[in-house]
Ligand binder design. Sequence first.
Ligand code: GRF
Length: 231
Amino acid sequence: MTALRCLVLLSGHGSNLATMIAARDSGRLPLDICAVISNRSTAPGLDIARQADIPAIFVDPANHPDRQDYDRQLSRLIQEWQPGLIVLAGFMRILSAELVNSYPGRMINLHPSLLPKYTGLDTYNRALTAGDSHYGASIHFVTPELDAGALISQAVLAIEPGDSADIMADRLQPIEHQLLVASLELFSQHTVELIDDMLHIDGKLHEKPLPLATDGHLALTSGLDQRSQSE
Ligand code: GRF
């Protein structure tokens, strides 16, 4: 099986990057993590990359007059590495439409909410304030509109009595890691495409995100074509 060549963009701790490296090293996933790029020089995720001998690059926003200029530099770097997939793992910057549109169906983001609920920041408190019974994490294709691209996968957790945003984040983190690995596994084993802004797996339309099953894999329920044939 050919390795899935991934480039990771991050701004923070890099626990998701560490999980990707572990999945690669354990042999669970055929991953080639070609480079890690950050907009923060102090992001611990850069150190995690360096320790794993993965090229770690800081692109300083202060050296660029505006977002377009910064993103053009990002684009140049990304092109050098020729990734098959760009993984936004805690990358806390909005990307320009020009950059995003250069990688249709090849850029994914991990977001800590059950999208389409709670795009943007402070997702846990917003779920608490709304009195939601559940929360979770989503992986979606990146499109120019923030956190609005077609959903690929989701993990759902219950909100428990007495929960705070911190407690919810701690409980979600290992599940997010599982969701990311399972989603990368999907990309490595299937043809995953964004066609007409919708998720297609092996050519079949999936209108809903794939749920994370208890075995740590995505439940690849049949797509619309198959369902309509059996009805
Ligand atoms: C994750 O919680 C993810 O949902 C959000 O940013 C966080 C990244 O965590 N987009 P880490 O830097 O991978 O530890």
